[in-house]
Design a protein around this ligand. Structure first.
Ligand code: GLN
Length: 215
């Protein structure tokens, strides 16, 4: 299995080393020809404005969008998931728009307001997942096609899945728990087997946030 990691800016090295721990071939992606033969892609955390600009200047925007629309499994973490949202309340650049989610960037305040918490994530089993939030975005609302994978105690949505696309507002690559990357690799495997978006569970009602933290 070959997984590409968008390596324009941000913590792509941590994702590559997590994938290697799981025995997967990890390819840093800086230019379009490095997208060949990938079974899945990870968009790392970093700065979404910078990564978006670099996606344009490196001519990656169009081929990434085409691959994603053709069904390639993609996991975006923190800034990486901002790139995937169809709607962002505080961002004025065009994103890849791959998931029916509405996102607010830097939703928990400034860098000093970063935090770590234990998340209940039934898709990963009973044991809570240690989640590191660094100047994180949040998911304000999702369409019925989107499965919510985790919320904070306040109800804020922090992880979601739509078919082969995974949006994670925190940084699984910075901890030692490999379950979220393993979960993504299972999506990749099921996509390889079915050649499509796979089977998805989850609620079919529209979800909207009530509490909206201010900057
Ligand atoms: N605040 C950043 C952004 O929206 C994301 C921070 C991160 O990836 N840790 O680009």
């Amino acid at each position: 299995m070959r997984i590409g990691v968008l390596a324009l800016q941000g913590d792509f090295i941590e994702h590559i080393s997590t994938l290697k721990k799981l025995g997967v071939e990890a390819i840093p992606v800086h230019k379009p020809d490095e997208l060949k033969g990938l079974d899945g892609l990870i968009f790392p955390g970093g700065e979404s404005t910078t990564i978006t600009s670099l996606m344009y200047s490196s001519s990656l925007f169009k081929p990434l969008k085409e691959l994603a629309q053709a069904g390639l499994p993609i996991m975006g973490t923190c800034a990486g998931m901002v790139l995937m949202a169809k709607k962002i309340t505080n961002f004025n650049m065009a994103t890849l728009a791959l998931m029916d989610i509405e996102v607010r960037r830097n939703a928990f305040g400034r860098q000093v307001a970063s935090f770590e918490t234990e998340l209940t994530m039934p898709a990963l089993g009973d044991k809570p997942f240690p989640a590191i939030f660094i100047r994180a975005p949040l998911i304000l609302s999702t369409s019925p096609e989107v499965e919510i994978l985790a919320r904070l105690d306040s109800g804020t949505i922090v992880a979601a899945r739509q078919g082969s696309k995974l949006a994670i507002t925190f940084h699984p690559e910075l901890g030692s728990d490999l379950r979220l990357h393993r979960y993504f690799l299972e999506i990749v495997t099921s996509h390889q087997l079915t050649g499509g978006e796979g089977i998805q569970s989850g609620t079919k009602k529209t979800n909207r946030e009530v509490p909206i933290p201010t900057d």
